[in-house]
Design a protein. Structure first.
Length: 286
């Protein structure tokens, strides 16, 4: 008789069950010691400006460099922001997307610059009533050159930045780049012409799905599950990349102009070029 078989049979049924239980417990312990893959989440629920862009980029860096993070979900609820800061985040998203899947999900709104970021991801979810789109650029025209008492300058546009027609050309160039980013990101899924995109319309999520501006209706949980499938992982954990990156809690940064009665308007505090949605009631600069 085989000695090993004799030893197992000699243990009896009760001891065999004990042995199986110990093996199962050992397997569970080993599984617990192995780190679970992570789907990292980045929350952008403020205007896109210098501070929020810097924090988002820090989280993108964490996602790219952390081997446990296998995919990223960008949770958007923003009206957009400055051109330069939006483009900075977009370029970093492109680098991340080259290494790991990136899925966007839109809450209340991803308008203008926030939608610019969304089209830089692999897949976009939106809620049926999310506000999506508003492709375009806004900015305040520079003042006309004039003589300012007690101020000397070395050129006619030193105080004003340039003539108004140059500013409008800059505005047009940024708009063309935005439209190209949308066309590149959405590809054949996009059902709008260039002229229709350039109108700057904002759509409900259900209409955005029909027009190819988003890929599916859903929220953060659906986005995390889709990102995990794209990364070919299971039994994953969802983690906030702000915490993984060791960033402090977000702080309030003034971005919008405050009316005399203390009410926050939807118009930028500073002059410049913006990929920003301004509701119709706030369409005039205070």
């Amino acid at each position: 008789m085989n000695m090993r078989a004799w030893k197992l049979s000699a243990l009896g049924p009760a001891w065999r069950w004990v042995g199986l239980a110990l093996l199962l417990a050992a397997g569970i312990l080993v599984a617990l010691l192995i780190p679970r893959p992570v789907v990292g989440t980045i929350y952008l629920n403020t205007p896109i400006e210098a501070v929020s862009a810097r924090e988002v980029i820090a989280q993108i860096d964490e996602a790219r460099n952390n081997p446990r993070v296998r995919a990223v979900v960008l949770v958007l609820d923003s009206p957009g922001g400055t051109v330069a800061d939006t483009e900075a985040v977009y370029l970093e998203l492109a680098r991340l997307r080259g290494a790991k899947p990136v899925v966007s999900t839109i809450g209340t709104m991803a308008a203008s610059g926030a939608y610019y970021l969304a089209v830089g991801s692999d897949f976009i979810f939106a809620m049926p009533t999310s506000q999506v789109g508003n492709v375009g650029v806004i900015g305040s025209l520079p003042p006309r050159p004039s003589v300012v008492e007690d101020v000397a300058s070395t050129g006619p546009y030193k105080l004003f930045g340039g003539p108004r027609d140059s500013f409008l050309r800059q505005l047009e160039a940024v708009k063309v780049g935005f439209i190209q980013a949308v066309s590149l990101g959405r590809g054949e899924r996009l059902m709008l012409t260039t002229e229709e995109i350039a109108r700057g319309e904002i759509y409900l999520g259900s209409d955005a799905l029909r027009l190819g501006l988003v890929d599916a209706l859903g929220g953060p949980s659906q986005a995390a599950a889709h990102a995990a499938r794209m990364a070919h992982i299971a039994h994953y954990a969802v983690a906030d990349l702000r915490e993984l990156a060791g960033l402090p809690a977000a702080t309030f940064v003034p971005f919008f102009y405050m009316a005399e009665d203390g009410r926050a308007t939807a118009y930028p505090l500073e002059a410049g070029l913006f990929l920003l949605y301004v509701p119709p009631a706030e369409g005039r600069q205070p």
